[in-house]
Design a protein around this ligand. Structure first.
Ligand SMILES: [Zn+2]
Length: 416
């Protein structure tokens, strides 16, 4: 390609860059809309987007590497902003038992449910946790994920929560994907603290979180606000401890009932409130006011055969940004495809394909506090993008699962 130097270009002739990509429509997702640049070009320098625009206006870059996609579309790399990908064991045997008619009570009596994951996670070595997480990470990466959040929350002791967070940090250091780590020690009351949830909250606030902060093991702090987990008052103590350590917060809220956890999250300027099936209009107003992202999780809704949908129309009306995530976890969402979540969010929650795609790019980034560097194709952002041999972005949402061929560029380099 030898495009002429555009007269208004701030770039001198033969401005050096590392690579130039063109010959496709660039679906930028700027401002949470498709904002497509037809027949576009994108220049990369030092792992970041140096320039993006129509090929006809492309400055005369000198690029050692030039890639003509020869058609198709380019999207930002996908962001899975809510997962529990690191855990010991799995619960497929329990899944089968339930479908063979064994009751929840019997399964719980055998030590099933979340307790079995806690025990398996506590028993697992660091390398076993890593190996199992890598197995689950692979299919997500193959379909274009370039950034993923992973939570702790199956250790439920200082030692085991730290072990999980260390495994999450190691994945970030060894895998070709941006990993954000979240401490979710307030996920469930550990068996040792049965009937003493407040004492466990003390342990989290006074001992665990200061150590997590000191060792830089987490980028955010999360909790589960629900009758079967922690009350808003207990969550608020965790939020205050996180704030005193300079850590942003997130919350599992309104999944099974309305406790107005999402309003509490908004009051604490949480990055996101997640699930939200039972969120109300006042919750939506509070979230809009604080800029808290609504993270919707259709995998858990589907697996639990829920019937109450999150209030998408309220979020839309009040301008609450909506993100989507896999919620990959052993109990309620063993989901290893973010693209499948796109279809489920549209089919089950009636989101539009444009909203769904913004949910795993632009708004997924905001749910992780990464909106300045990730989530859209704009100059100055990290060069994470994916080429798809597809006619239009809705195809990414329309096909029900299956792995579509794609070329993933991570920090400006093709990820093999
Ligand atoms: Zn979750």
């Amino acid at each position: 390609m030898a495009a002429p130097l555009h007269s208004a270009s701030p770039f001198a002739a033969k401005t050096p860059c590392d690579s130039l990509w063109f010959g496709a429509d660039f679906v930028t997702l700027r401002d949470g809309r498709y904002n497509i640049i037809e027949n576009g070009a994108l220049a990369v320098k030092d792992g970041k987007i140096l320039w993006i625009g129509p090929l006809s206006e492309c400055p005369d870059f000198s690029a050692p590497q030039r890639t003509d996609f020869g058609g198709g579309i380019v999207t930002p790399g996908f962001i899975d902003c809510h997962t529990h990908l690191v855990f010991g064991g799995d619960r497929s045997a329990e899944f089968e038992q339930r479908l063979n008619g064994v009751s929840y009570a019997e399964i719980a009596a055998q030590g099933g449910g979340i307790l079995s994951t806690v025990n398996a996670t506590r028993d697992a070595s660091h390398s076993q946790l890593l190996e199992q997480a890598e197995f689950r990470l692979r299919p997500l990466l193959a379909e274009g994920v370039t950034c993923i959040e992973i939570k702790s929350g199956y250790g439920l002791s200082v030692e085991s929560e730290l072990k999980m967070l260390q495994a999450i940090r190691e994945l970030g250091a060894t895998q070709a994907v941006e990993v954000k780590s979240t401490c979710l020690a307030a996920h469930a009351v550990p068996p040792e603290f049965k009937g003493r949830a407040d004492d466990y909250i003390d342990l989290i606030c006074d001992t665990l979180l200061p150590q997590v902060a000191q060792e830089n093991l987490a980028d955010a702090v999360d909790a589960f606000c629900e009758h079967l987990a922690f009350s808003p008052a207990q969550v608020e103590r965790v939020f205050n401890a996180a704030a005193s350590l300079g850590l942003p917060v997130k919350l599992h809220a309104e999944q099974l009932s309305s406790l107005h956890g999402s309003t509490l999250a908004a009051k604490h300027h949480a990055l996101s409130a997640d699930h939200l099936e039972y969120a109300t209009e006042s919750d939506a107003e509070a979230m809009a006011e604080s800029g808290t992202v609504a993270v919707l999780l259709p995998g858990a809704y589907y697996l639990l055969r829920e019937t109450q949908c999150p209030p998408v129309e309220l979020f839309r009306r009040h301008g609450v940004p909506m993100a989507l995530a896999s919620d990959a976890n052993p109990g309620t969402s063993p989901a290893l495809s973010l693209r499948l979540m796109l279809n489920m969010a549209c089919t089950l929650f009636r989101m539009t394909p444009e909203e769904a795609l913004a949910g795993i790019t632009c708004h997924g980034a905001k749910a992780l506090g990464l909106q300045e560097t990730h989530g859209t194709l704009e100059s100055g952002k990290v060069a994470d993008f994916v080429h798809w041999p597809l006619a239009r972005p809705a195809e990414l949402v329309y096909w029900l699962g299956g792995q579509l061929p794609c070329t993933v560029v991570y920090r400006g380099e093709i990820r093999l």
